[in-house]
Design a protein around this ligand. Structure first.
Ligand SMILES: NC(=O)c1ccc[n+]([C@@H]2O[C@H](COP(=O)([O-])OP(=O)(O)OC[C@H]3O[C@@H](n4cnc5c(N)ncnc54)[C@H](OP(=O)(O)O)[C@@H]3O)[C@@H](O)[C@H]2O)c1
Length: 296
């Protein structure tokens, strides 16, 4: 794989968990502009611009000014208190897609495995989205906006993103904080996902930025795990006893959650040189001193 020197990359959402890694890896070989919104500009030595994707004029004028060859759009409103799914995920993505098409930039848009209802599992790219949650619905609408805008795009559906440097991902932090505070979380045994290491996902996105593949691609880790099995591995890796984690079944909760959103990533494995290892491989291969550098 050869990465083109000095081509312009715009990372929308450079302060996010994934965006930070994309910027970190891209700055070696791309001329990178990255955006932040509510957070301060990131630490990496690239050009930072403040951008709220809900402001269509701001999106259009930034893309026009930068004239990027490639845009990687990692912005999302996540489930939480009063998330603006419609404004950020749907309208914001439509505005990014329009600006990319207008500027003739290749757009990589990040989507999610929860566009599926989880009844089938091992979803291929051709499977029809049928989201159960408000977040999933907004991400499915965002995909549709990208597909109907008319530019050159790739929709990358991924799964739970995890990592530990420079900091823990949200889910791991939540699990470990619960264990540390003797308030262990309930983790579903019947909810299967394909967790992906942030560093391999970011590398795969940058490989795709040079390949310029189009359409939809599933990129996730090679090992399907339940949330409980994943939590046990994360706890052990970070030096915690996983025994207090509470196995739970989502069917016994009031939540309507997709049970099996595992992704078939065979197309990505054929296309990419970047490996997409499963959790055991990632956690077994990496050298990491548990406890010592953990900042919860
Ligand atoms: N995390 C997962 O497990 C997971 C799983 C499947 C799919 N995905 C998808 O992968 C992508 C990256 O996820 P992530 O977890 O890395 O995201 P994240 O850490 O939550 O980062 C979100 C980014 O979006 C920016 N942002 C939020 N609202 C914005 C707005 N109105 N205008 C402009 N920027 C805004 C944030 O900027 P500020 O911080 O500066 O406000 C931040 O850079 C998302 O598209 C997500 O849907 C994630």
């Amino acid at each position: 794989m050869g990465i083109t020197n000095h081509h312009k990359l715009l990372v929308i959402g450079g302060t996010g968990y994934l965006g930070d890694w994309v910027v970190r890896l891209a700055k070696q070989t791309w001329e990178v502009t990255a955006t932040h919104c509510t957070s301060p500009a990131g630490q990496h030595a690239v050009t930072w611009q403040r951008l709220d994707v809900r402001n269509g004029n701001a999106v259009a004028s930034l893309v026009e000014r930068i004239a990027p060859d490639v845009i990687i759009h990692t912005v999302a409103a996540n489930p939480g208190p009063q998330p603006d799914f419609e404004g950020v995920n749907v309208r914001g993505t439509r505005q990014v897609a329009r600006a990319a098409a207008h500027g003739n930039a290749y757009l990589i848009h990040l989507s999610t495995d929860v566009v599926f209802d989880g009844r089938q599992g091992n979803y291929r790219e051709s499977a029809v989205p049928h989201p159960l949650t408000a977040y999933g619905r907004s991400k499915a609408q965002a995909e549709a906006a990208v597909q109907t805008t008319g530019g050159k795009y790739l929709i990358v559906r991924t799964s739970l993103i995890y990592g530990w440097r420079p900091q823990l991902d949200r889910q791991t932090r939540w699990i470990l904080t619960g264990l540390r505070n003797q308030d262990p979380p309930h983790l579903f045994t019947n909810e299967l996902r394909s967790p992906v290491w942030v560093e391999s996902l970011a590398a795969a996105l940058l490989e795709l930025a040079t390949l310029k593949a189009t359409g939809i691609l599933h990129i996730a880790g090679a090992q399907p795990l339940s949330r409980y099995e994943f939590g046990v591995r994360l706890a052990r890796f970070h030096g915690f006893d996983p025994a207090p984690l509470i196995p739970a079944n989502s069917r016994e909760s009031a939540l309507n959650r997709p049970p099996d959103c595992t992704l078939d990533c065979s197309a990505a494995r054929q296309l990419l040189a970047t490996p997409l290892p499963g959790v055991d491989k990632v956690l077994g291969l990496t050298k990491f001193a548990p406890h010592s550098k953990l900042r919860l």
